[in-house]
Design a protein around this ligand. Structure first.
Ligand code: SR1
Ligand code: MG
Length: 402
């Protein structure tokens, strides 16, 4: 049994040498720690003698972004690894392969995807990903359907719920997304010029009601194994390929949470375009494309999810007239509301996004922040009224910055 300690680059090299079938004994291994996220160490190991490479990810016992004052359970490494294995089994082309793991060291050894780009970076650069909506529609439909009560029998599903109880990581979401932005909190982080917006978030009772209902769904609805943090920094892309990474926030929760994360993050990029694009026509072109992606993500998910339901559902009442329509409508409303919550937290909460925060011009950054908040509030306030993916696009267009 190994005793937990944070790995050095040398430790990571020795560890992967012991994995059968990967590197030959004469491999000249080099290793760099490349983790730029909030929580983990990530080692990238390459062989100078071949084109082989591999990733070792290790959880730290605290949130790296804050420090040792914010302890986090190492069990999240097991949860992330088991979620990756479920996702790879259900969608082999859309998630990295796990080669090895050690739960005591809180490490997962997995496929290197560095020939891909982090989607957030590509979107900031104005790249188009024409296959993304189809890929992510496939990923969400299959991972959510096959881990739900629609497919698993209730006992089997409860075993899965037990396996994926993830209290520390859920608490981060509960605090950072559903609590802090709506009150005074030391976690919040926004510039002085947004105090009017922060005050409005603290005082808007109608908004608080919708956030309370969405928070309740996050806390209580064990619909499916959700990725739990499916923003554009958790997705590697090329124009032809999509790979979903980093499911350490995975737990049994509402299906709309993953779809909302994707839609909210596409819309954060939408709000940021005036800060990145040189000409007005470029802003409009990129924004149009992003809005199309939003409605395509929903429709690609819906088509596949309904097909899986028609062909593979084992729920004895799956064919009850109207059940599928009611279920899909609920997922859509949740996705809309969660997308809004995700946008709001990235502007006033602890952890922001590069799409907005790295805009150099302060006036354009402020414009992007206010646009994101206006859209976020609109999606939260009206989530329970929408009936189609196009309605999300309509709400975005209706949102006016203060
Ligand atoms: C303390 S962790 C901050 C954020 O990073 C992750 O990607 C999650 O979105 C989390 O809320
Ligand atoms: Mg992450």
């Amino acid at each position: 049994m190994s005793t937990y300690h944070p790995l050095t680059v040398q430790d990571a090299i020795s560890l992967v040498r012991g994995i059968p079938g990967h590197f030959t004994p004469d491999a000249q291994l080099e290793c760099k720690e490349i983790g730029d996220g909030n929580l983990n160490l990530v080692f990238h190991i390459t062989d100078r003698n071949s084109d082989k490479s591999i990733i070792v990810k290790q959880a730290l016992p605290y949130a790296k972004v804050v420090g040792e004052s914010w302890p986090l359970s190492l069990d999240r490494a097991r949860i992330e690894r088991e979620a990756l294995q479920v996702q790879y089994r259900l969608c082999p082309g859309l998630a990295p392969q796990v080669f090895s793991y050690d739960d005591d060291l809180a490490i997962t050894v997995m496929e290197d995807l560095s020939d891909h780009t982090i989607m957030r970076k590509g979107l900031i650069e104005g790249q188009a990903y024409p296959l993304f909506a189809r890929h992510i529609g496939e990923f969400t439909a299959r991972t959510l359907f096959y881990t739900s009560d629609l497919y698993l029998n209730p006992q089997e599903k409860k075993e899965q719920v037990r396996k994926f109880i993830n209290p520390d990581l859920c608490k981060i979401t509960e605090d950072l997304i559903f609590d802090d932005p709506y009150r005074f909190s030391d976690n919040n982080n926004y510039p002085d010029y947004l105090e009017d917006e922060a005050k409005e978030l603290r005082e808007n009772g109608k908004l608080h009601l919708e956030v309370a209902l969405l928070r309740e769904a996050f806390l209580t609805r064990t619909e499916a194994l959700v990725h739990g943090d499916l923003h554009t920094g958790s997705i590697f892309v090329t124009p032809e390929s999509t790979k979903v990474i980093d499911p350490e926030f995975a737990y049994y929760g509402p299906m709309g949470f993953d779809l909302g994360a994707i839609i909210g993050n596409l819309l954060l990029n939408y709000a940021s375009r005036p800060g990145w694009d040189a000409a007005e026509s470029e802003v409009l072109g990129n924004q149009e494309r992003l809005l199309r992606m939003v409605s395509d993500v929903w429709s690609e998910f819906e088509i596949r999810f309904r097909k899986l339901w028609d062909e593979d559902a084992r729920d004895p009442l799956a064919k009850a007239p109207g059940y599928q329509d009611a279920y899909v409508a609920k997922v859509l409303r949740d996705a809309c509301g969660f997308a809004g919550c995700k946008m709001i937290r990235r502007i006033v909460g602890l952890s922001h996004v590069a799409d907005i925060d790295t805009i150099a011009d302060v006036k354009l950054r402020e414009k992007a922040q206010r646009t994101a908040l206006a859209i976020g509030k609109q999606l939260v306030l009206f989530n329970r009224t929408i009936q189609s993916g196009e309605d999300i696009v309509r709400l975005v267009k209706e949102a006016e910055p203060l």
